[in-house]
Design a protein around this ligand. Structure first.
Ligand SMILES: Cc1cc2nc3c(=O)[nH]c(=O)nc-3n(C[C@H](O)[C@H](O)[C@H](O)COP(=O)(O)OP(=O)(O)OC[C@H]3O[C@@H](n4cnc5c(N)ncnc54)[C@H](O)[C@@H]3O)c2cc1C
Length: 491
C-alpha cells in the first residue's frame, strides 16, 4: 500500500498536471483571429496559405477587409464597349509556379498570348525599327515569324542571347525560392540573399546589362522602349532585379486567366473560407496587450490577434499607433487608356492601317507623350480595341491625333508599382516586432502577381511559426515543386 505522504504527492502531481493541462490545452486550441487588409492577390494568397498550412492545433479565423466593392485589387477588368479586357496586371510567366498551381487548384482556364504580332519603335518622327506584319495564312505567318526573328537577331546580334541568358540565370535563382526546405524570412533582404538575388536590387538594370557586355543599342531600344517602359513605366535605370522581371514579361508562353486574373483572388478567398468584408476601408491600426484594433471607415472596430497588410502603404493613409517607420518609396503612376475605334495610320506616317504594327513602343524622349500603343483585339479592318500606356494622362487632343475614330474611351490612373531604383531599401515583413506583418515590403524588389503570392507565402509561415512559438515548424511544409507541379497538400 502506498504511504500517506506518497499518495499526497501523487495527488499534488496530478493536480499540477491537470492545471498545466488546462492552461496549455486552451492556449494551443484557442482560435486565432487573423485580419488581412486588402483582397488583391497578396491578401487572397495570404488567406489561402493560412488555411492550407494551419491545422487543428492552431485553428484560425480569417477576416479580409477590402475598401472596394470587388476583390482582386490591381487584377481588374474594364468593359470597353461590351468586351472585357485586363485593366491592370495582364500577363503571367509559365514558370510562375504558385499562380499556375492556383489556377489548377481552382479549375481556372489559362489562355496563352500569341507573341507573333509585329512591333515597331517610334521616335516621334519615324520608325527606327519595325518588324513585318504577319500574313493571313499559317504558312505566311510562319515565314514572317522567321523573318522577324532574323531581323531582330541581325539588329541586336550576340546581345540578344546575352540578354536571354542573363534573365535565365535570375529566373533559375528565383525558382529556388520554391524549394521545399526554404525557411521563412523576416526581412526582404534575407529572403533575397538566400538565393543570391539581393545584389540585383543594388544596381541598375542598365549597369548589370553593360557589365554582361550587352550593346548600348539593345539596352536603349529593346530593353528600355519595349520592355521596361511598357511593363514598369520606367527606363533601364530601374533596379536589376525589377528590370529582369520586366524582361521575363516578354516572350513566348505568357498566359492569363480566362475571364480575368482577378478570378484567382476570388477563388482563393472562397477556398480559404475567409470572412470577406467589401466596402470596408481600414483607417487605423492600434495595438495594446498583444491585441490589434482595426478601425474601419464605417466606424466599426475589429479585434485581431495578428494583422497582415496586403497593400502598398505608400499612398494608403492608414494611421498606426504606435507609429511605424518605413523607408522612402513612392508609387509609379501608369495611365492606361482604352479606345475602341480606329488608329490614325497617318500619325505614324503610314499609308494604311494594315501596315501599322500591333505594338508600337516609343523612344524615351519628351517629343512623344505616350509610352506605347497596342491592338488588344481586331474586330475587322476598321474596328479595333487599343490600349495606350503613358506616364501622364493623355489629353483628348492627343487622342484625336492618334485615332481617326473613337467610339469608346476609358481612362485609368493606376498607382501601379513602386518607382524602382538602385540601391533599393526595404521595409521589414514584420512592422512592429509583434504580429503586424507587411507583404508589400517585397514590392520594390519586383511587383508582379507571382511575387506577391510568394511574399504572402513567406509571411504566412513566419506568422504561423511565431504564433505557435515554433511548435508548428515541422508541420508547416512549403509546397514541393515536382515535375507534375504539385503545390498543394491533398484536398
Ligand atoms: C497597369 C498595371 C499593369 C501590370 N501588369 C502586370 C502584369 O502583366 N503581370 C503581373 O504579374 N503584374 C502586373 N502588375 C503588377 C501587379 O498588378 C501587382 O504587383 C499585384 O497585383 C499586387 O497585388 P497586391 O495584392 O499586393 O496589391 P493590390 O492588387 O493593389 O491589392 C491591394 C488591395 O487592398 C485594398 N486596400 C488598400 N487599402 C485598403 C484599406 N485601407 N482598407 C481596405 N482595403 C484596402 C485595395 O483596394 C486593393 O484591392 C501590373 C500592375 C498595373 C497597375
Amino acid at each position: 500500500m502506498m504511504p500517506m505522504a506518497s499518495r499526497k504527492s501523487v495527488l499534488l502531481l496530478l493536480l499540477l498536471l491537470l492545471e498545466l493541462g488546462l492552461a496549455v490545452v486552451p492556449a494551443i486550441c484557442a482560435v486565432h483571429r487573423v485580419c488581412i487588409v486588402g483582397s488583391g492577390i497578396a491578401g487572397a494568397s495570404t488567406a489561402f496559405f493560412l488555411r492550407n498550412y494551419s491545422d487543428s492545433n492552431l485553428p484560425l479565423d480569417i477576416h479580409i477587409f477590402e475598401q472596394r466593392d470587388v476583390v482582386g485589387g490591381r487584377m481588374a477588368m474594364v468593359d470597353l464597349a461590351g468586351d472585357k479586357f485586363e485593366a491592370g496586371a495582364s500577363i503571367l510567366h509559365p514558370k510562375n509556379l504558385y499562380t499556375v498551381g492556383f489556377t489548377d487548384l481552382l479549375g481556372l482556364k489559362r489562355v496563352t498570348e500569341s507573341d507573333s504580332s509585329a512591333f515597331g519603335f517610334w521616335d516621334g518622327e519615324k520608325f527606327v525599327f519595325r518588324t513585318l506584319q504577319p500574313g493571313c495564312s499559317v504558312f505566311s505567318k510562319k515565314i514572317t515569324d522567321l523573318l522577324n526573328t532574323l531581323a531582330v537577331v541581325w539588329r541586336y546580334g550576340l546581345s540578344l542571347f546575352q540578354m536571354r541568358s542573363h534573365v535565365q540565370r535570375l529566373l533559375e535563382r528565383f525558382t529556388q525560392l520554391y524549394a521545399a526546405n526554404r525557411k521563412a524570412y523576416s526581412t526582404v533582404e534575407d529572403l533575397l540573399r538566400s538565393v543570391e538575388l539581393y545584389d540585383a536590387t543594388q544596381h541598375t538594370l542598365a549597369d548589370e546589362l553593360i557589365a554582361e557586355g550587352l550593346s548600348a543599342q539593345i539596352i536603349n531600344e529593346l530593353v528600355t522602349q519595349v520592355i521596361t517602359r511598357i511593363n514598369y513605366g520606367q527606363n533601364a535605370t530601374l533596379s536589376g532585379l525589377a528590370g529582369s522581371v520586366a524582361l521575363c514579361g516578354s516572350g513566348a508562353d505568357l498566359w492569363a486567366v480566362a475571364g480575368g486574373n482577378w478570378r484567382m483572388a476570388d477563388g482563393l478567398i472562397k477556398y480559404a473560407n475567409a470572412s470577406l468584408y467589401l466596402n470596408e476601408k481600414v483607417v487605423s491600426i492600434s495595438s495594446a496587450k498583444n491585441l490589434y484594433n482595426l478601425s474601419l471607415a464605417s466606424g466599426e472596430v475589429e479585434n485581431c490577434d495578428a494583422v497582415v497588410i496586403a497593400t502598398p502603404l505608400d499612398e494608403e493613409k492608414i494611421s498606426f499607433d504606435p507609429p511605424i517607420h518605413l523607408p522612402d518609396r513612392h508609387m509609379q503612376h501608369t495611365f492606361v487608356t482604352f479606345v475602341r475605334g480606329l488608329a490614325n495610320a497617318s500619325y505614324f506616317n503610314l499609308e494604311s492601317i494594315s501596315s501599322m504594327p500591333d505594338l508600337i513602343g516609343t523612344l524615351e524622349t519628351s517629343a512623344v507623350p505616350f509610352t506605347s500603343i497596342s491592338v488588344l483585339k481586331s474586330y475587322n479592318d476598321s474596328d479595333k480595341a487599343y490600349k495606350v500606356f503613358s506616364r501622364n494622362a493623355v489629353s483628348d487632343d492627343l487622342l484625336d491625333l492618334l485615332f481617326s475614330r473613337r467610339d469608346s474611351t476609358i481612362r485609368l490612373d493606376w498607382a501601379a508599382y513602386p518607382h524602382f531604383k538602385a540601391p533599393e531599401h526595404f521595409a521589414s515583413f514584420i512592422l512592429d516586432g509583434q504580429h503586424l506583418y507587411y507583404i508589400n515590403a517585397f514590392e520594390n524588389a519586383a511587383s508582379t502577381i507571382e511575387t506577391s503570392a510568394l511574399a504572402a507565402e513567406n509571411v504566412v509561415r513566419l506568422l504561423l511559426e511565431r504564433l505557435s512559438h515554433g511548435s508548428l515548424k515541422t508541420k508547416v511544409s512549403i509546397p514541393v515543386v515536382s515535375s507534375d507541379r504539385k503545390l498543394y497538400k491533398d484536398l
